[in-house]
Design a protein around this ligand. Structure first.
Ligand code: AHR
Length: 661
């Protein structure tokens, strides 16, 4: 029997090969957890989330606004709106720009009602989801004939009125009007109607409908069920706002954080780069209102105790699109944006940008510690830009860790070019991206065992197993993909001395409006569910532990896509003293193994086993069946310092064992 020392912490004894039959009978299988030889500290940022406004993740998703094109700034200014004429009503609805609400929001709607019952309806984002018994706040900036009475209402597609309220008393200057709507029934696809009930002229802008209940009741807030999914992950960080969205197809449509703060009505929206990216999933009405902007992202991080990781454009547009470059001599403006962002997040309220944060309601700093320079860039053009950013940022803010890019692939020539360059530049954390088939993930569970321990740390910043192929609309969030990600994650955790962050991508998708799949969390207008992949993330994140514990594996060959078996990682939670063992069984049969814990005085006989598994590798969750694949916890009654445990076929198991030194 030969002993193979695997870099990091796991010793694997090869020899007693698993044969597919009779695996459960082999009593030579042993997992020895060495609590007396704790290894690397597992960073609290090890498992986080990556948010991007793709699949209607922000507008129409996380951002609770229910009106689409509320400010009439879409390229077709009446997109999302339609004319309503009740009975004999006459009138006109036109978008104008003379005497706007403000310069950033130059267009508004003029309703000229010739007779009552004339107005417009908004279709929301594939309808407006409203619940019986809840309150919805309608608001709009308005000016017009003092005497013109207006009615706002929620109606079904068939025209049945669900809620109504009146607006009146308009003046010649813009002022904010509001009213509360209480729908009589729950309706996933309502419309909002705004009607003049007598002849007259009224101008409207920022026509908004917000549920009163937002996450923590923040004004201009977020959809509570969707934030709850994030909070339940206990993520170590939130990376935002993307993704390719940071880069823009052209530099003119790159994400500029300064345009996303301040009063919502003063934030200038732009087209969303996912609008027409995929011919197979066109979304001509996909724009970014920036109602969910950098202030709200920071607030979200604070609310769910996650480190904020903003990613900034580094002077390069998306290299899959135009690849436009800012000349190096003009890069100063982009670097200044980064410096200003740090001041916005952390600066005293006496500083220019710190004062803006305070003005928005948060005098306390957000304590930003991480910053991404560029998203998924590559080539010498990236290196020369990153180098300039790093030089300035490190001098001013040496404690802020910078995240740099290793390109879009985990092993191609772009990757091979970037890593040595970033090593040379002493980069802090390198962001690797990987969208590949499940086999890749099974086969790369040992990827980081052989990484150089002296260079930059790794952020596995975007990964997801693709059941068909990257960007195929046929990809599924099935159990096979999730299981392969779990196997891969055992390798991230075992190598916590190198890998300090990781996040699945993308995060959210709307059932009716997605462009890219798979995605971690799916929603429609009223409900949402976590995918099997979500539950994998959740189990790793919530049972992270603080220190890696080596595991000596006897009688089991290293598992691969071709040789299914066990993938293992163990850790110790310092506060509770718990020993946490995570095991993925990628085989179609149960695998039983002795488990032995060395280096602690006592391990309680009672422990907890949490198992995530499915009947079939093709199983998925859905709105109708959200828990087909979900973790099940049970009490272990026969644990202790040595016990035998059988790991079910195609399963991820987390064993939590109470230990005393
Ligand atoms: O996650 C979807 C996209 O994949 C991201 O925007 C980009 O960074 C990557 O190419």
């Amino acid at each position: 029997m030969k002993q193979v020392m695997v870099r990091g912490c796991v010793a694997v004894f090869v020899g007693a090969f698993l044969c597919s039959a009779g695996q459960t009978a082999d009593s030579s299988r042993r997992l020895v957890i060495r609590a007396d030889r704790p290894g690397a500290t597992i960073s609290p940022t090890m498992y986080g989330v990556f948010f991007e406004d793709i699949n209607f993740g922000a507008d129409g998703g996380l951002y609770a606004e229910l009106v689409k094109n509320r400010s009439f700034e879409f390229t077709s200014p009446l997109m999302g709106w339609s004319e309503v004429k009740q009975g004999m009503a006459t009138g006109s609805a036109r978008v104008l720009d003379r005497g706007p609400l403000n310069d950033h929001n130059p267009h508004y709607l003029r309703l000229n009602a010739g007779w009552g019952g004339y107005g417009v309806a908004n279709e929301g984002f594939a309808g407006i989801g409203v619940r019986q018994g809840e309150e919805y706040v309608f608001s709009a900036f308005a000016r017009g004939d003092k005497e013109i009475p207006m009615r706002v209402e929620l109606v079904t597609a068939g025209g049945k009125v669900l809620a109504q309220a009146k607006l009146a008393d308009f003046g010649s200057q813009w002022s904010r009007k509001s009213a509360t709507l209480r729908p009589s029934v729950t309706e996933p696809r309502a419309r909002l109607q705004v009607l003049a009930t007598a002849p007259g002229v009224v101008d409207l802008d920022m026509v908004s409908l917000f549920p009163k209940k937002t996450w923590k009741n923040h004004p201009n807030g977020l959809r509570p069920d969707l934030v709850q999914w994030l909070a339940d992950l206990k993520p170590g960080f939130v990376r935002f706002p993307g993704g390719c969205i940071v880069e823009g197809r052209y530099l003119s449509t790159r994400y500029q954080w300064k345009n996303t703060i301040g009063k919502p009505e003063e934030r200038q929206g732009i087209i969303n780069r996912w609008n027409d990216e995929f011919k197979h999933r066109p979304a001509p009405d996909y724009f970014q209102s920036f109602g969910l902007g950098f202030y709200e992202y920071f607030l979200l991080c604070e609310d769910i105790s996650a480190e904020p990781l903003p990613i900034l454009n580094c002077g390069m547009a998306c290299q899959f699109n135009s690849g436009e470059l800012v000349p190096l001599e003009q890069l100063g403006l982009f670097i200044q944006d980064a410096l200003d962002l740090i001041e916005f997040a952390n600066g005293a309220t006496t500083t220019t940008w710190g004062a803006k944060r305070a003005g928005m309601g948060h005098p306390k700093p957000f304590n930003l510690k991480l910053l991404g320079v560029g998203n998924e860039q590559w080539g010498p053009q990236y290196i020369e830009r990153y180098e300039r950013f790093a030089r300035v940022l490190k001098e001013r803010y040496p404690k802020i860790k910078l995240v740099s890019s290793a390109g879009p692939s985990p092993d191609d020539e772009r990757f091979q070019f970037l890593w040595p360059q970033l090593r040379e530049l002493n980069a802090d954390i390198v962001d690797e991206h990987c969208y590949a088939n499940p086999d890749w993930f099974f086969d790369n569970a040992r990827r980081y065992d052989s990484y150089d321990r002296t260079g930059p740390k790794v952020f596995m910043g975007e990964y997801a197993a693709q059941s068909v192929k990257t960007v195929s609309p046929e990809n599924r969030n099935n159990w096979q993909c999730a299981l392969s990600e779990a196997a891969f994650m055992t390798g991230l955790e075992r190598n916590a001395d190198v890998v300090v962050m990781s996040s699945y991508a993308p995060l959210f998708a709307h059932e009716d409006r997605w462009q890219w799949r798979p995605d971690l969390i799916w929603c429609d207008n009223l409900t949402s569910y976590g995918t099997p992949n979500y539950y994998v993330q959740q189990l790793f994140s919530r049972h992270r532990g603080d220190l890696v514990l080596p595991v000596e594996v006897t009688g089991l060959p290293p598992a691969t896509s071709q040789q299914p078996g066990l993938y293992v990682t163990a850790s110790r939670a310092i506060r509770s003293g718990d020993i946490i063992l995570k095991v993925v069984n990628s085989a179609a049969q149960p695998i039983a193994s002795d488990i032995q814990i060395e280096g602690v005085k006592e391990v309680s006989r009672r422990g907890t086993a949490i198992v995530l598994t499915a009947d079939r590798l093709t199983d998925e969750n859905s709105i109708a069946a959200p828990k087909t694949v979900a973790p099940v916890a049970s009490t272990l009654r026969e644990a202790g310092k040595a016990f035998r445990h059988s790991f079910g076929p195609y399963s991820l198991t987390v064993l939590r064992l109470k230990a005393r030194d």
